[in-house]
Design a protein around this ligand. Structure first.
Ligand code: GLU
Length: 490
């Protein structure tokens, strides 16, 4: 029975590298018909960030990574927020002390700081020197009676090795001499990550722990803790590191920002999912496009790499464009609405455009820009002219070759011809305007450039006749009229 968990700490908005862990766990659970559990590791009270929990859950929801147990949905092994499970950790810490696997340490922060200073002076690595490990019962009683505060430390074996099998790395061995007597319970009564993580993975019947590489060094501690607690450890799988294109550890400057930022920049959740799935996993080293159903079907630990995965934003842009082009236009229109209708200072259409937008009109516009969009957020700049008469310089109408007289004549004739047109549609428009260029003795490119500027206000826009058809007869007539005026009297 596969039971996996995503165990974020609410210490900030979840960045893409972190969410990749959630995705891999989710895919593994869904592939095996197991359970995907979300557990919030909030025992480091000093590092909590307000709103981070909500951002994490929002990120998961946006990507469609539904969880079977966890915050909001509950489940048989709840609560799923560690700060609500304090009693459990204290109880296990006390059991370890009673059974001789852990001990109370009375060293104050000052004592520890002094210890580190002396170690530094002797050029030794900083570590707890275990001075409270062998205290007599009498000494302990005396210090507790004096009201000294204590933490609980694990009594790590001084010699020997701790090996464990990692499903991705193979066998990993740590020398116990490199491990210290790490803290299990802090003086404020809160557990450390190590204790809470192990207690909960056991209590929640987690079968596989799949997490980022950076946790590998914690795993021997966890393995020792499982043994001391008398529990069977889960299977471990440490995911390869994510690197920037320069092969340095992924950081903000590479785009390791909040997953919600990607949403707000107009990436589709399906593209994001596909992209993140390939950060360390592959189907066959060449297939790039896999939808959620295919990913779920093919996902396996065997195809997760050991070496770092490169995070390439250009590839994400490409992939997002592919997924945008795959959407039915009506669906794309729906997804574009929030990006178009949001306030101008957040990247939406200019304030002068009335909200809500005319849905039917948008439906005619969307197919014209679908090919060109890489992100949803690019849409306002591509469609603004459909909703607004953009200001432009009269010289833009002339392009490289037209005289004001020729331009004026061209626009006036176009008005006449369009008036007689029964169906204001792309084909019909082309059917009358292309021959008109010839009649006027103008190159088609010059004449169409003139019309394009007149009806859009831009020198670059989607295909002319389709654009005119979408704009409709009234807007075209009005804008051609305005362009004629701009050119001044004949
Ligand atoms: N709370 C840890 C984190 O923020 C969880 C690590 C683990 O999965 O064990 O990533």
């Amino acid at each position: 029975m596969v039971r996996v968990r995503y165990a974020p700490s609410p210490t900030g908005a979840p960045h893409v590298g972190n969410i990749r862990t959630a995705l891999f766990n989710w895919l593994f659970a869904r592939h095996h018909g197991g359970s995907f559990i979300v557990r919030i590791e909030d025992t480091d009270q000093e590092r909590l960030v307000p709103g981070a929990l909500e951002a994490i859950l929002e990120g998961l929801r946006w990507l469609g990574l539904d969880w079977d147990e966890g915050p909001e949905v509950g489940g048989p092994y709840g609560p799923y927020i560690q700060s609500e499970r304090q009693g459990l950790y204290r109880q296990e810490a006390e059991r370890l002390v009673a059974q001789g696997h852990a001990y109370r340490c009375y060293c104050s922060p000052q004592t520890l700081a002094q210890m580190r200073e002396e170690q530094a002076r002797r050029q030794e690595p900083p570590r707890y020197d275990r001075r409270c490990r062998e205290l007599s019962a009498g000494e302990r009683a005396r210090r507790e009676a004096a009201g000294e505060r204590w933490v609980v430390r694990f009594q790590t074996p001084l010699a020997g090795q701790t090996p464990f099998d990692d499903l991705i790395r193979g066998q990993v061995v740590f020398d116990n001499a490199t491990l210290d007597d790490f803290v299990l319970l802090k003086s404020d009564g809160y557990p450390t990550y190590h204790l809470a993580n192990v207690v909960d993975d056991h209590a929640m019947r987690i079968s596989h722990v799949m997490r980022a590489d950076e946790w590998l060094a914690s795993t021997p501690r966890h393995v020792l803790l499982y043994a001391a607690l008398g529990w069977e450890p889960p299977q471990f799988a440490h995911l390869p590191m994510i690197l920037g294109p320069d092969r340095a550890k992924l950081s903000k400057r590479h785009g390791a920002t909040s997953i919600l930022e990607y949403r707000d920049k107009g990436y589709l959740p399906e593209a994001m999912t596909n992209f993140m799935a390939l950060l360390g996993w592959s189907l066959d080293d060449k297939t790039e496009l896999l939808d959620r159903e295919e990913l779920t079907r093919h996902f396996s630990l065997e195809r997760i790499g050991k070496t770092g995965a490169i995070f390439n934003l250009e590839k994400l842009d490409w992939m997002n464009g592919v997924y945008i082009r795959k959407l039915p236009p009506a669906e794309l229109a729906q997804r574009l609405l929030p990006f178009l209708e949001r306030p101008e200072q957040e990247g939406g259409l200019p304030e002068a455009v009335a909200r809500p937008l005319d849905r039917a009109y948008l439906g005619r516009i969307v197919p014209l820009i679908q090919e060109r969009l890489k992100t949803l957020a690019e849409a306002p700049a591509l469609v603004d002219f459909f909703f607004l008469n953009l200001p432009y310089e009269p010289s833009l109408l002339l392009g490289k070759r037209l005289s004001p007289e020729a331009a004026r004549a061209g626009l006036e004739r176009a008005q006449v011809v369009l008036k007689g047109l029964v169906a204001f549609e792309a084909e019909a428009l082309e059917g009358v305007l292309r021959p008109l260029a010839e009649t006027l003795g103008l190159k088609a490119g010059d004449f169409f450039g003139l019309l394009r500027v007149a009806v859009t206000g831009r020198a670059v826009a989607p295909p002319l006749f389709q654009t005119m058809a979408a704009l409709g007869r009234a807007r075209c007539r009005e804008r051609l009229e305005a362009a004629i005026k701009k050119l001044g009297p004949a």
